[in-house]
Design a protein around this ligand. Structure first.
Ligand code: SF4
Length: 169
């Protein structure tokens, strides 16, 4: 059965920077959970950051891919550089996906780790700009498709294509 990597906060785990969750009560997610498809992870906690923690944003152009390439950094709102923790968490999330043979992921939109279409712009003013988080960028570089929690029907269509065209061994 095809597994799906999913952000822990969407599963109800209180792992966000503010100590809260982002539980997503959705028919598709609930079905996948009942089928045993979901493998949860929180890259930021996986990278060693505490709960709660200071909010962080990617500074510099290019978003998650630029962090992977070393041309952008992840800073907290107090100026602490947490890039290494974000990179470690991304690699641990990739390892978790590989161990489960997951070829797709559903990750929390707008997060500097998990965002897949937009992220905060690095100014800590609440503005979003197009881009991906660090974990999303790493997963996508390794062929794992990432969808946000607002694109579950697209994720379901991709899952169907995987299971009909390229079933897992
Ligand atoms: Fe949720 Fe991802 Fe942030 Fe963890 S790193 S709290 S899984 S959005």
């Amino acid at each position: 059965m095809e597994k799906i990597l999913v952000s822990g906060c969407l599963m109800g785990q209180r792992v966000r920077y503010d100590g809260r969750d982002k539980l997503r009560d959705d028919e598709l997610l609930n079905r996948w959970r009942a089928e045993g498809r979901l493998v949860s992870c929180c890259p930021e906690v996986g990278g060693g950051l505490p709960v709660p923690r200071r909010p962080a944003e990617i500074t510099g152009a290019g978003g998650g891919p630029a962090v992977l390439d070393g041309t952008a950094r992840v800073l907290t709102d107090t100026g602490e550089d947490v890039t290494d923790a974000f990179l470690l968490g991304a690699h641990r999330a990739l390892e978790t996906a590989r161990q489960a043979n997951a070829r797709l992921a559903v990750l929390k939109e707008s997060s500097p780790s998990c965002g897949s279409t937009r992220i905060y712009d690095g100014a800590f003013t609440g503005h979003l700009s197009p881009g991906t988080g660090v974990t999303t960028a790493l997963l996508e570089r390794h062929g794992i498709r990432v969808f946000s929690e607002t694109a579950l029907s697209e994720a379901a269509a991709y899952l169907h294509r995987l299971e009909t065209a390229h079933p897992t061994p």
